[in-house]
Design a protein around this ligand. Sequence first.
Ligand code: GAR
Length: 197
Amino acid sequence: MLTVAVLISGTGSNLRALLEAAASSAFPARVIVVGADREASGLGHAEEFGIPSFVVPWRGADQREAWGEELDRQLEVWGPDLIVLSGLMRLLPAGVVARWSPRLINTHPAYLPEFPGAHAVRDAIAAGATRTGASVIVVDDGIDTGPILAQERVEIAPGDDESALHERIKPVERRLLIDVVRRVATGELNLDLTASV
Ligand code: GAR
């Protein structure tokens, strides 16, 4: 059984979908811990599913290294087989990435390499794109530059605002994420073969 840690910053709707999938005895992975960089509302999903959680509060960019070391210590305690960044809106320090990648994956609300970064949905609309997408990637030492594990297109409807478009992208992200975790767990997808750091 593949053990998974999930890191979040926000509402954790993708986390919840993974928790629901993993609650089935047929699913080959288990979420063993949820971490956050703040008292994220999504931590409530972990509580509801009886999954332990921790918070390593973000204390500003000048404390990134110390924050990363503390996060790393927490993760080490749990020793997950896979770490999923599911809406963690922080760049991990290089040392943390080097330690866990390629067993460190990220969901992203765009069709990478289009629209990397923290405002992918807003950027796609601002660019006047007619379609964007969702991706699941391995985290490497760049910003959303790691090997792509799964991705799918999502059309941008005329009049879409950031929130409406993001709500249409998220169900696609969830489906891709659950499938990638399943494939890693069954050995269908070997993350070591994707290693780029
Ligand atoms: C998701 O769309 C995720 O891909 C995105 O934040 C959202 C979190 O939603 N992450 C990024 O943009 C990272 N660059 P959720 O908290 O409801 O799961």
